[in-house]
Write a protein that binds this ligand. Structure first.
Ligand SMILES: CC(C)(COP(=O)(O)OP(=O)(O)OC[C@H]1O[C@@H](n2cnc3c(N)ncnc32)[C@H](O)[C@@H]1OP(=O)(O)O)[C@@H](O)C(=O)NCCC(=O)NCCS
Length: 158
């Protein structure tokens, strides 16, 4: 069956939430945080999109059958810190482990780009943990480039 993307429906909720641990499958972020707070934040964002869908947010799933959820993308509108330019922000992208490397991520990024272009945005942004090397390679492969890079420093560390 061909791969397609579509807006998520309430029936997709559990399958989408089951993908949350994929977002920390690369290992531990450089700044240590409780693992449960990582999952809780991602769940909150996804549940918010199911519970209060808005025109400035899009929640998309990809699959090969009608009820399939091989991957999810959550995007929202944000403002640039310097110029206030409105743009699309890819807040969450996760593909099921067994579906990796089959173009699911690429299809979801393309669908988010289409949503963003329809809203008149010039570009998409995203955040990625600096040691999530697989995701970084993927994003650079589909055309993202680094812009600002966020650094952290624990007190007393020299
Ligand atoms: C990152 C992720 C979304 C990529 O999704 P995917 O469905 O495996 O990616 P695709 O199959 O669409 O790959 C698209 C392209 O990226 C490249 N790519 C994918 N994985 C790669 C890897 N490990 N190394 C190098 N290039 C890679 C491929 O060249 C591919 O190009 P092609 O379509 O021309 O073959 C997926 O690995 C994932 O869900 N990871 C865990 C969650 C995560 O870290 N999300 C990002 C949070 S910021």
């Amino acid at each position: 069956m061909p791969l397609s993307t579509r807006p998520a429906t309430p029936a997709d909720r559990e399958k989408v939430l089951a993908l949350v641990p994929r977002l920390r499958s690369f290992g531990e972020p450089p700044l240590k945080r409780p693992l449960e707070s990582l999952d809780a934040a991602e769940r909150r964002a996804l549940e918010g999109a199911f519970d209060a869908p808005g025109s400035a947010t899009v929640l998309l799933v990809a699959g090969e059958r009608e009820d399939d959820v091989l991957g999810v993308a959550l995007a929202e509108e944000e403002s640039d810190y310097f110029t206030s330019e409105r743009h699309g922000h890819l807040a969450i992208l996760a593909v099921a482990a067994e579906a990796e490397g089959r173009g699911v991520g690429r299809a979801l990024v393309r669908a988010v780009e289409e949503w963003s272009s329809r809203r008149g945005h010039r570009y998409l942004s995203l955040n990625v943990f600096a040691n999530n090397s697989r995701a970084i390679r993927f994003y650079e492969d589909v055309g993202f480039v680094p812009d600002t890079v966020r650094y952290v420093k624990a007190p007393g560390r020299s």
